[in-house]
Design a protein around this ligand. Sequence first.
Ligand code: XMP
Length: 317
Amino acid sequence: DWTSDVFIDISIEELKNKIGDDKVVMGLSGGVDSSVAATLIHRAIGDNLTCVFVDNGLLRKDEFQEVLDSYQHMGLNVIGVDAKQKFYDALAGLSDPEEKRKAIGRAFIEVFDDEAHKLEGVKWLGQGTIYPDVIESVSVNGPSATIKSHHNVGGLPDFMKLKVVEPLNTLFKDGVREVGRALEIPENIVGRHPFPGPGLAIRILGDITPEKVRTLQEVDHIFIQGLKDHGLYDQVWQAGAILLPISSVGVMGDERTYEKVVALRAVASVDGMTADWVHLPYEFLGKISNDIINKVKGVNRVVYDISSKPPATIEWE
Ligand code: XMP
């Protein structure tokens, strides 16, 4: 549409003037914001932009490969880094949410920095910061700024003296999506639900093991694919599953089972600052619950989170 086209033209012009012949490095998350920001910068300076996409082992099922393929189809100059083990090692034995976030943040910076050092003469760091991120990171009383250490903003190690370029820092999420569509970024990226940087690590309450990650990936996949198959995905701001650190008794045939409980969460929101739980149809929830219990080993109970934000948060950690 007209507004997006104007925004794109002006941004590309500004980026060209600002960056010139310099080189830019940028971390991609698979999310809308970093993907749209990278595409704009790529339009402006081409392959002087190098993107780094890290597999932290905490993404959704098959997400790393799917998103990497999309980036390559979009023509981005992208390096995929398998760092799963590094993140699992960094997380081993940690249960506290903030400790987990910090460990993940540190591991990411190390991996990203290693890649950046392999590139010659990089002067700029591209970032997918959007307007609400700017607001949240400056507001002293903002809940997320004080309660959680989000690592989307300012995740720059001191020793990397890069200048920051943030082409989306005046836009809200819906504006970012419009710009992304005008840039013809594939719908599987533009329409993607927000996903936290620490990924499934903050949806596995308690300590993280690769096995728990695999379990949650299967559960999450059944839920998210179900939302898509039933035309519900686009009506929801964000959805996901949470692996609870408790077991409950169930029955299978003549046997009693003692297995994990998962919670499903789907919320409606505009910017993530407030959110309402979504009234998903009972038939849908029933089918998804059956599928999860029948297909995912180690899970015998599914509950649906009917809390809104505030006072609950979207994530459980
Ligand atoms: P809460 O749980 O605070 O989440 O209601 C609001 C939005 O922020 C996302 N979120 C995070 N994103 N790093 C991120 O990049 C984090 O540590 C983090 N914690 C929450 C959450 O998924 C939701 O979209």
